[in-house]
Design a protein around this ligand. Structure first.
Ligand code: SF4
Ligand code: MG
Length: 325
């Protein structure tokens, strides 16, 4: 992702604006997000809802065109993909797994049809026999049986349904999977099974993952590197060990402090203090300043840039830059 930005127009309809004189209103959902993911590794984007992480995900898979910037895979830009064969090739290489497996599966289709659909769309296999064999192999790779293909989604549990979505996502042998809260609709006991399956598949197929999650335990289990987002910007980027052991940005610390420390069950999750500001009227300077204990005059005036402070680490904070932590 290179300088990826997305602005949404949330104005009133044109005629109403004309009559009432209301101004055009734009929301900058994602602002200059820049990162790369090593092949075969997992990057997680974290942040409270509304921070822009799902918008980044949708731009990465080509579901949403960026307002500025671009996405590349192996050096090939996707926003420049004009012709149909190239767009098709892109959709084969990049797939997305959504939060709610029930909503993303067609309830009236047998599972085998759902899993076979990308194969047919991309004309990857010619005859019926080859497709049946491939579907059976895909179902097997996610821990389901070939005969499960004859059932309908409602006959499966939530975890099994997410396995079906994963099988479908793998049908085109993609290199890159974008997973938006892949397990947050599942019971805790089932979450770990699905996450471990994702890790096994990553190893077996050298998949690259972008994981969107608000659950830091999931992130810790899965990610190699983590990007922390706040109001459309990356505020800290770090390898997993650095981020969890020595978070630098005040917002990262706030997120980590909200994780129950000892016994996850014994202690209620600490609420995160302060509210996310309205993205329509972001605060001046550092958008985090109204919630930040370290905020000074410079923070209200000047947007901190994301600075590289070590090979694996970038932070956007005046206090960190000035050594006030
Ligand atoms: Fe806090 Fe200032 Fe750093 Fe923003 S730039 S996180 S307000 S210290
Ligand atoms: Mg979301």
């Amino acid at each position: 992702a290179l300088d990826l930005s997305k602005t949404f127009d949330v104005s009133a309809p044109w005629l109403e604006r004309k009559l009432t004189g209301a101004p055009q209103r734009l929301v900058r959902a994602v602002d200059g997000v820049d990162f790369s993911i090593r092949r075969g590794s997992t990057v997680a984007l974290v942040g409270e809802s509304g921070c822009g992480k799902s918008t980044v995900a949708r731009m990465l898979v080509g579901l949403l065109p960026p307002t500025r910037g671009r996405v590349e895979i192996g050096g090939e830009p996707i926003t420049a993909l004009g012709t149909e064969p190239q767009a098709q090739a892109w959709r084969r290489r990049v797939q997305m797994i959504f939060q709610d497996p029930y909503a993303s599966l067609n309830p009236r289709w047998r599972v085998a049809q759902t899993v076979a659909e990308p194969l047919l769309e991309h004309r990857l296999l010619g005859d019926r026999e080859a497709i049946d064999a491939k579907v059976a192999e895909l179902l097997g790779s996610v821990g389901l049986r070939a005969q499960d293909g004859q059932k309908f989604p409602h006959q499966f549990s939530g975890g099994q349904r997410q396995r079906i979505s994963i099988a479908r996502a793998l049908a085109t042998s993609p290199e890159f999977l974008v997973c938006d809260e892949p397990t947050s609709a599942l019971d805790v006991s089932v979450q770990a099974q699905v996450l471990n399956l994702m890790r096994d598949l990553q190893q077996a197929r050298s998949l690259t993952y972008l994981l969107i999650s608000h659950n830091l335990a999931v992130v810790r289990h899965m990610a190699d590197e983590i990007g922390v987002m706040y109001l459309g910007r990356v505020v800290e980027w770090a390898d997993k060990a650095s981020l969890f052991e020595a978070p630098l940005h005040p917002y990262t610390r706030l997120l980590l402090d909200a994780i129950p420390k000892l016994h996850p069950r014994a202690q209620a999750r600490q609420p995160i203090e302060g509210e996310v500001p309205n993205p329509m009227q972001p605060p001046s300077g550092c958008a985090f300043h109204p919630r930040c204990a370290l905020a000074g005059p410079r923070c209200r005036a000047e947007v901190p840039v994301l600075r590289q402070i070590s090979p694996s680490r970038r932070v956007a904070c005046h206090a960190v830059e000035e050594g006030r932590t």
